[in-house]
Design a protein around this ligand. Structure first.
Ligand SMILES: Cc1cc2nc3c(=O)[nH]c(=O)nc-3n(C[C@H](O)[C@H](O)[C@H](O)COP(=O)(O)OP(=O)(O)OC[C@H]3O[C@@H](n4cnc5c(N)ncnc54)[C@H](O)[C@@H]3O)c2cc1C
Length: 263
C-alpha cells in the first residue's frame, strides 16, 4: 500500500510561551521551538504500522519553507520511507484551501492508495484533510481512531463520535483519513534513526513542478483572510493566577477548597 502522510511544522506548545505579535497579524514567532504537529505524528505511526503489516511505502510530505524539511526528516527517522518538501514563495500565506490545492497536485504526481492527515494542526482549522478529499473526489473519514486493512480495495475505520461513543465504517480506497490522537502510541525516535536519514536527499517541489497556478494559492489566492489575532478580554469572574508554578498550584488548591471542589 502506498501511503502519503501530510505533516506540518508547528510551534511546540510544550516548549514555548505563545503570544500575539505587536501588530496582531500572527503569533510572535521570535525564538520559537518547532516540532511536528502532534496529530501528524500519530498519522505517521499509523502509516508505518499499516506498511509493516501489508507492505508498501510511507511518504511524508510537508508544505513550508526550508525549515519544514526538519519535520520531514524527523518522521523519516521514525520509519517513513520517503520524504517530500513542497516549498515555493507563492505558497506563503495560503489558507486551508490553498494548502489542499498544493497537496492535491502532489498526490496527482504520485500513485497513492491512502492519504493520512492529522485531525487538526496548530491553527485548529481541521479543514485541510476534508478539502483535499473533496478536491480529489475521494472518500473521507475524519477523527479516525482505528484503521483495519480489509483488502486492497477497502478498509475499516473507527471514528470517535459524541459522548465517547464509537462508529465503525467501511471505506473504499483510495481515500483520505484525518487521524485523531490516541489511535496508537507513536514510537520514540532514536539517535540511530536520526543518523540513518541525516544525509538523505529530500526532493523539493515548487508551484511550477506541481503545475499549481501561483495565483490560486498563497496570500493572493486565499478566500479566507485572517483579520486579527488577539487575546480575548477577561470575562467577568475569570481570575488569572500568577506567580511560579508552585505558587499557582497553591492558590488553585486554596480556591478549589474554598469552593468545595476538593476537601
Ligand atoms: C503567516 C501566516 C499567515 C496565514 N494567513 C492565513 C490566511 O490569510 N487565511 C487563512 O485561512 N489561514 C492563514 N494562515 C493559516 C494557515 O494557512 C493554516 O495553516 C491553514 O488554514 C490550515 O489550518 P491548520 O493549520 O489549522 O490545519 P488543519 O486543517 O487543522 O490541519 C489538518 C492537517 O492538514 C495537514 N496540514 C496542514 N498544514 C499543512 C502543511 N503546511 N503541510 C502539510 N500538511 C499540512 C496536516 O496533516 C494537519 O494535521 C496563515 C498562517 C501563517 C503562519
Amino acid at each position: 500500500m502506498e501511503i502519503l502522510v501530510c505533516v506540518k511544522r508547528v510551534p511546540d506548545t510544550a516548549e514555548n510561551e505563545i503570544g500575539v505579535n505587536r501588530d496582531g497579524t500572527d503569533i510572535d514567532r521570535d525564538d520559537l521551538v518547532y516540532s511536528v504537529n502532534e496529530w501528524d505524528n500519530y498519522a505517521v505511526e499509523e502509516a508505518i504500522q499499516i506498511r509493516d503489516k501489508v507492505g508498501g511505502n510511507v511518504t511524508v510530505v510537508s508544505i513550508g519553507e526550508d525549515d519544514a524539511e526538519e519535520v520531514v526528516r524527523r518522521e523519516m527517522a521514525m520509519g517513513a520511507d520517503n520524504g517530500l518538501l513542497l516549498s515555493d514563495g507563492a505558497f506563503k500565506g495560503s489558507d486551508g484551501r490553498g494548502l489542499a490545492t498544493i497537496l492535491k497536485a502532489a498526490v496527482e504526481k504520485g500513485k497513492y492508495d491512502l492519504i493520512l492527515t492529522g485531525a487538526q494542526a496548530d491553527d485548529g482549522a481541521g479543514q485541510v484533510g476534508g478539502m483535499l478529499a473533496a478536491m480529489l473526489d475521494w472518500p473521507y473519514a475524519s477523527l479516525v481512531n482505528l484503521v483495519e486493512i480489509l483488502d486492497d480495495k477497502k478498509i475499516k475505520v473507527g471514528r470517535e463520535i459524541a459522548g465517547g461513543n464509537q462508529e465503525m465504517n467501511e471505506i473504499d480506497l483510495p481515500c483520505v483519513l484525518s487521524i485523531q490522537t490516541g489511535i496508537n502510541e507513536p514510537r520514540y525516535v532514536g539517535i540511530r534513526g536520526i543518523r540513518k536519514v541525516a544525509s538523505v536527499e529530500i526532493p523539493v517541489k515548487g508551484a511550477a513542478d506541481l503545475g499549481v497556478a501561483a495565483d490560486a494559492v498563497g496570500q493572493g489566492g486565499a478566500k479566507v483572510n485572517r483579520l486579527d489575532y488577539f487575546v480575548p478580554e477577561l470575562g467577568e469572574g475569570a481570575e488569572m493566577l500568577e506567580g511560579s508554578t508552585e505558587e499557582i498550584i497553591e492558590k488553585l488548591v486554596e480556591i478549589l477548597k474554598a469552593k468545595g471542589g476538593i476537601k
